[in-house]
Design a protein around this ligand. Sequence first.
Ligand code: MLC
Ligand code: AMP
Length: 504
Amino acid sequence: MSNVLFDPLFGRHAGSDAPFVITDGTAPLTYGAFEALSARLAHVFAELGLTKGDRVALQVAKSPVALAIYAACLRSGLVLLPLNTAYTTSELSYFITDAEPRLVICDDRQAAAMAEILNGAALHTLNADGGGSLADAAAGMQDSHTVVDCAPDDLAAILYTSGTTGRSKGAMLTHANLLSNAQALADLWQFTADDVLLHALPIFHTHGLFVAVNVSALSGAAMLFHPAFKVEDVLRDLPRATVLMGVPTFYTRLLAEPGFTHAAAAHMRLFVSGSAPLLADTHTQFEERTGHRILERYGMTETNMNASNPYDGERRPGTVGFALPGTEVRITDPDTGAELAKGKTGMIEVRGPNVFHGYWRMPEKTAAELRESGFFITGDLGQIDPDGYLMIVGRQKDLIISGGYNIYPKEIEVLLDALPGVMESAVFGVPDADFGEAVIGVVVPDPGVTLDTAALQASIAPHLARFKHPRQIVVVDDLPRNAMGKVQKNILRQTYAQAAEPTG
Ligand code: MLC
Ligand code: AMP
């Protein structure tokens, strides 16, 4: 009897004095204390009547207790539903209705608004400083707790990724998905208990939660746990760290700091980048400045990590390296699904123990993207070079990636189209020096209508997390279309290529 993911990540460290989560101004939380904290939280969940398979929605600031909720869910057989802290009530309402969690945990300041959309769930609060009703309830609980058995295919988490139709889909990730990926990465990136990961990513996405935390815990490594990415704090802590995992924005911001030098990075053994394309220029500048070659890897919510540049061996800029051990990557014709030869550009498909078990309560979407053969159709376009390196050359899915956050144009277009006086709209991404891409919207007014773009922005704002707000909305006479009537976003992207400039 065992729990596939909890035992190797956290259970085996019970009683250990080794540091796990290190935050500013407090003593390090040891692996043993973290395990005990997860036990106390698990008792709170059990007293609420939560049982295996129930969902727990979590929208709280990053903190050690927030992380322990993840561990508590795993040991209880509960399914974690981590939610971006930027989501508005209207976005949250959809997730809560769709996932039907039995418990929702949020900040005290959010509690009143959350109470309106609970859909029958219980509510607990957890604040950034560790206070709140959940901490109060856990304080009186026992440190020991019998871990619930979980098999490889039991669900560990549901992570929502936006859909091309505008409706978010919950990707169902199992214990075995997450464990297999952590094992592959820890091995490939040569993690050991001597490592200290500088953790500055949010913990509501795959990158910060599963890649960073699971790989560290599996290896017994410590984490310098920053509440968010602040370049000056990262610079300060680099001499205490050995590994940094980040989105490309982390690296461009570091390079903008004169204090980021060879000496500043001397204690580090590895810089990993992912979640968005790392420009080859950033890679080169980084090596010139620090002597380190950033290791770029490729993943997604549905599949965890798929490919990585080598640890030993050439880390090739503009590529994401090779399929992870145990994972297959192939390139297919996007129309027919037939496998293409090396060097040809096509759809990237992925198969392996890392690939999710489908979308929550959306069998038709699952069938459309996950082949019976087990290959997942990523929506990313790529090719494999003669040496076997995978290059991502574009995206077939209509998606904007800004600072590592995914933004689905459809979600914004649906809101704009519904506004009075708007005949139609198109939303797309343009280059942005800081975030990689920035969101731009164009709207076509109904005949005879004069649109006020500030009013349009104000109308959609309450429904969208701040990072999804268009940087600019432009009124146009019509949208460029091809012969089939499809809006040509590539033309819009060219026309408005400069629109994210600071004056825009
Ligand atoms: C913040 N803002 C953003 C933004 N992040 N706008 C666009 N895109 C973003 N990514 C806006 C805020 O709304 C706010 O707007 C202003 O910027 C300042 O907010 P902040 O919180 O101070 O932001 P900042 O420090 O600048 O954050 C940037 C960032 C952060 C890059 C550090 O976005 C981040 O941590 N990104 C990581 C995302 C991530 O973990 N992705 C992994 C997904 S998993 P205003 O107007 O109110 O001032 C995945 C799979 C895989 O993709 O392969 O890994
Ligand atoms: P998400 O749905 O948030 O998990 O985002 C996954 C998407 O991020 C992938 O499908 C890719 O489009 C993109 N992505 C992740 N890593 C990389 C990378 N190294 N280079 C380019 N795109 C990436």
